[in-house]
Design a protein around this ligand. Sequence first.
Ligand code: ADP
Length: 166
Amino acid sequence: MAIAICPGSFDPATNGHLDIIQRSAQVFDEVIVAVGHNPGKKHLFTVEERITLLKQVIKEAHLHNVRVDHFSGLQVEFARAHKAQVIVKGLRAISDFEYEFQMALTNKHLAPEIETVFMMTANEYSFLSSSMVKEIVLFGGDPEGLVPPAVLGPLRKKTKAGVEDE
Ligand code: ADP
């Protein structure tokens, strides 16, 4: 039974995230989307809201072997606790590489039994990040086409006042 985790902030979940989650669900028996709690980081949605939205996104996409959870410690400890052998990361441009390379080697040092697997972004989402989506919304733009339908309504309701310290 190959279990993978897809960790991230998902603030909010984008079509780029969904693409990586869908592709992971085809490769692994079980996929756990792990929503990270990053104290001190500005956020648009609370962890609870992000989990609720991701659950809806996964339901809409009919991904029956995917579930959502949250973590606040090390990714490898979360993976171990859930008996996952693999951490899946999406890679966009060269800008993602250096950080992800460092993170993968650090995780390998901490937990040699866990593999990090990289999936190349889909061409149409290569520019897409949660921070870009947040900027669009905060400056009054419409994020249609960038996020799954379940995220669109709640995202449109957010205003500048909606960004809080965690
Ligand atoms: P972001 O970098 O957009 O704030 P997260 O920190 O939530 O997103 O990222 C979670 C995971 O999803 C990371 O592995 C990240 O590289 C990946 N990811 C995010 N956006 C995309 C995208 N557009 N294409 C491929 N992977 C992505």
